[in-house]
Write a protein that binds this ligand. Sequence first.
Ligand SMILES: Cc1cc2nc3c(=O)[nH]c(=O)nc-3n(C[C@H](O)[C@H](O)[C@H](O)COP(=O)(O)OP(=O)(O)OC[C@H]3O[C@@H](n4cnc5c(N)ncnc54)[C@H](O)[C@@H]3O)c2cc1C
Length: 164
Amino acid sequence: MTPGLTRREREITDINETLKILDKSKIVHIGLVDGDEPYVVPMNYGYTYENDALTLYLHGATEGKKLDLMRANPKVFFSIECDVEPFSGQVACQYGTSYSSVMGKGFAEILEAPEDKMEGLTLFMKTQTGIDFEFNERLVSAVSVIKINVTSFTAKHRPKPINA
Ligand SMILES: Cc1cc2nc3c(=O)[nH]c(=O)nc-3n(C[C@H](O)[C@H](O)[C@H](O)COP(=O)(O)OP(=O)(O)OC[C@H]3O[C@@H](n4cnc5c(N)ncnc54)[C@H](O)[C@@H]3O)c2cc1C
């Protein structure tokens, strides 16, 4: 069991179920450290899960606030969800939202080598589209590619109540 995770009946411990969430949800919210304030930015992502290690790949412009913050402090927290479906009931407390989600933390690495960026973009596009795109040096020079080395993560599922 994951220490600190509430409502344990909803915890996902099967990695294959977790990977299904990562396949399905295309958007990640990346939490960064801005001095003594949080900064959260929504982004698309790609991922790999190899040798029990989860890695996320992001891409974007070559400058901006999130890149400045990652350079200053590479610590990252992330949140991903899918199958978000509101449900209703007879009284206010029976309303809610069913969902599947993954959260975790890690370290951001802004990739510099063209071959690393090409690989990262291919993995990004694979998650986003299911297609194995290839990139060349010219294409990757115009974007930043960020690798998130995930150090820990948890997954959770809230099912829709039977009577909802
Ligand atoms: C569903 C979704 C998917 C996205 N996917 C990607 C992606 O894959 N790659 C990518 O680079 N960007 C993506 N974006 C845009 C992303 O959220 C940021 O706007 C962008 O990356 C610039 O971030 P930055 O920190 O460099 O901000 P900057 O351009 O430096 O802007 C700084 C300021 O602008 C404001 N700001 C920045 N982003 C947003 C925002 N999304 N909404 C409201 N205010 C904002 C904030 O106040 C911030 O302080 C996505 C946005 C959404 C909603």
